[in-house]
Design a protein around this ligand. Sequence first.
Ligand code: SAH
Length: 354
Amino acid sequence: MNPRRNNIRTLSLTELETFFHSIGAEKFRARQVYEWLWKKAARSFDQMTNISVETRAKLSESFTLDSITLNTTQKSEDGTIKMSFRLFDGHIIEGVLIPSGTRMTACISSQVGCNLACKFCATGMIRYIRNLNFDEIFDQVAIIAETARHEYNLPLSHIVYMGMGEPMLNYQNVLKSAERISAPDGLAMSPQRITVSTVGVAPMIRQLGNDKVKFHLALSLHSAINEKRNQIVPYNLRNSLGDLIEAVKYFHQQTRTRITLEYVMLKGFNDTMEDAKALAEFCKNFPVKINLIQYNPVENVPYEDSGLERTEAFKAFLEKKNLVVNIRRSRGKDIDAACGQLANKILKQNQENK
Ligand code: SAH
């Protein structure tokens, strides 16, 4: 094996053409291979059936195709399907297909583990291992789309970067993956159907504005009171709510898109009328949509869900202030596929192996 083999998916079409020229093959073959890689999301050279066996052999001598492979699949009573994927270096990540009528949403990971350590989140408890490459993020979407077609006979309609990891701490790969997912010569999904969720990394939110991204941005707020947010989201110590407000204002000026605020309902912690008031104040800075998220319990974590009654009261208060509010019920709980539960099993396995 040639140790200097490159990942073929880092090559542009022009670079692929140069390679084909160098091996004396026709130029149009490069375009065919490029189509296999991005439009058809091939995950091995063997799938490229209109390319000769000899050329495929040359490709695999010269390049790697570091695709991810489906490791396990679990289906919830509510139709949610959780998948674990094995990366080329053996690490495991998770992604979820969430069906809702004809809406097929893929929830995907951006890092192996996470170093944010949000107090209520299971992923926060497994250590950060590495960033995902853009092609590994792309593969999750491709495999989940195949699953949607196979299981529900429907195309994928939405993508949320809300699995394991913090997308804004893996900025380049996240942007490149979104570009390949939405490119006409890639999976050709509308960027309007893509949402990237962040804990709130102020400089990177500004960068999204500079890059004039077309996808949606969601901010995991969970408290509009700075000191309170510090307690559950340690990253808030790096940039305060004041910094975040300025960054999101800038993002909005540049992109003119409305951001989504995610707010996990934690009983007795962030669900009082005082909290709702602070949230309504926060929302005066830019146009928003609020998602109140039912909390999924995580082992050894002291928080519990607010329950429907308190959540409805919280929602009613915000609606009186003319804010758009949705309550997000939990999905796939029975298989640990719900928000913040993805790492539960991996965490347990790690503990058992200690
Ligand atoms: N790091 C990014 C994306 C991953 S988290 C972010 O912070 O936005 C995706 C969403 O799931 C976040 O809003 C997070 O707060 C929420 N979440 C985490 N654990 C949860 C749990 N146990 N129950 C419900 N939502 C949870």
